[in-house]
Design a protein around this ligand. Sequence first.
Ligand SMILES: Cc1cc2nc3c(=O)[nH]c(=O)nc-3n(C[C@H](O)[C@H](O)[C@H](O)COP(=O)(O)OP(=O)(O)OC[C@H]3O[C@@H](n4cnc5c(N)ncnc54)[C@H](O)[C@@H]3O)c2cc1C
Length: 490
Amino acid sequence: MSDKSKVIIVGAGIYGMSTALWMLEEGGYDVTILDRAETLPAPDAASCDLNKVTTAPITSSGLGNLVIATNDLRTPTADLLYPASAALRLCSSPPEQHSHKPLTRADHSRRRLRRPIPRSACCRRGGPLASGVIALAHPTMPGGQKFVSSAYTNCLSMGISAQLVTSSSDIRAKFPGEVRTGSFGDRVGYANPKGGWAEAGRATLVGLERVQKLGGKVLPGKEVVGMIKQGREVRGVRVKGGEEIRGDLVVVCAGAWTPGLFALPEVKIKLPKIEATGQSLAILQLTPEEQVKYAQVPVIFNLDDGWYIFPPNADGLVKMAIHAPGYTNPIPLSSSGGEDDIVSVPRTKLTPGAEDGMIPREMLARLRRGLAEVYPELQDREYVQTRLCWYCDTHTGDWLIDYHPDFDNLVVATGDSGHAFKYAPIIGREILRIIKREPIPEVGAKWSFGDRPTDDTGADHRDGVRQVLRVEDLARAEDLKVPVGITVAA
Ligand SMILES: Cc1cc2nc3c(=O)[nH]c(=O)nc-3n(C[C@H](O)[C@H](O)[C@H](O)COP(=O)(O)OP(=O)(O)OC[C@H]3O[C@@H](n4cnc5c(N)ncnc54)[C@H](O)[C@@H]3O)c2cc1C
């Protein structure tokens, strides 16, 4: 019999995948990842996306230090983001497939690790990871300005030679001459030449394949609906259909589904206030000529209203999104009708009736406005896809990674608050440190169940008010087509 500690990880997003990798690299753990989705990465997981910013503006010093660690190629998993980026050149699939071939139930026992492609073989200007990120805010928006200025200072203190951009001509100078830009909404900020992006779904897939290669199990189609509790122990989990899977340690990495999971009648375990919030994104398709023209543009991130846009990927797809307070989708999870049983639950393309991925009309209009301010030539382009992608939000933006206070072997690792992807290579190391009760001092308290800070810790900034999602407010297919009446001065 194995003397390894039997670990059940619930959720195959980057929290679960990275934790498994660090455990398997270290040895001494027999790891099984369970995920509710039939194909992995789950098509509706936050981690499974066309692309994510990998060096977004960070103001929290603890997180800043972790960014440095992420960029440190000596960490065994740091290259996770590189094969993901390299894949950009290879993919030719429609957006629906997120440019990768997912693991399915049938695949889970097979090892299908692709060889990482050398970064040098695929990258222009240092590769997608170094497309550059320009962080902006309008001078009259104090919250955004404060975030930009502390993120800029943080860049400098991390040794990144960020440059201030104090006029639209300064910003324009960061773009290739042939790209016509708008006025950027009269925003100012800084340019981080080291910033960039990676292909998120592909990175998650590469990581899950590596978990399998190292001997971990990755099991799709296993939706956890119950916990087997005995005193202060969780002996294992129960999955939909009744199967029980037992282990010595349960690590819940269920992202935005975590609050809903913990409120289920067969789980019923209290959590601090964390909430699933739906965030809006849209994708447009460039022509091959436009793809070449826009290939060298940086990521633009408006930190006052949260709007941001990527360069085109290898298929000419351009994603834009809004980092906003977002939308909740409150659902009663038991018949008791108690307030604690009404929980915001992700409404995704895998939710019956929501397959079209529509976002609220208001967000569609904001996405278009942002686009017109940056790339006026693209402002009336049809969107080929929209999606509500779900954060697990904490109050301050600091993650929730700790042992549950009521159990000796239950760890909760979530609360990404919309900014954890960039830590995919090392977040598992931090989760493992916490599992071993050796958290790094900068973040241990911030991420704990205990006395978490309630004031602004600098980890996040968002403008606006959180709203409840109403199906009647969602856009319709015709709204994705050419809009009427948007004109913004270039
Ligand atoms: C629109 C959008 C844009 C973002 N942009 C960025 C960015 O540019 N840069 C950045 O750093 N971060 C970004 N993020 C945040 C980043 O995506 C998340 O921080 C990260 O992916 C969270 O990973 P996770 O593992 O916690 O959750 P997820 O990736 O959502 O994974 C959770 C997994 O748990 C599974 N699961 C849930 N419930 C159960 C259950 N009961 N049983 C079994 N399995 C279950 C799900 O199927 C899913 O696979 C963005 C997020 C969104 C939504």
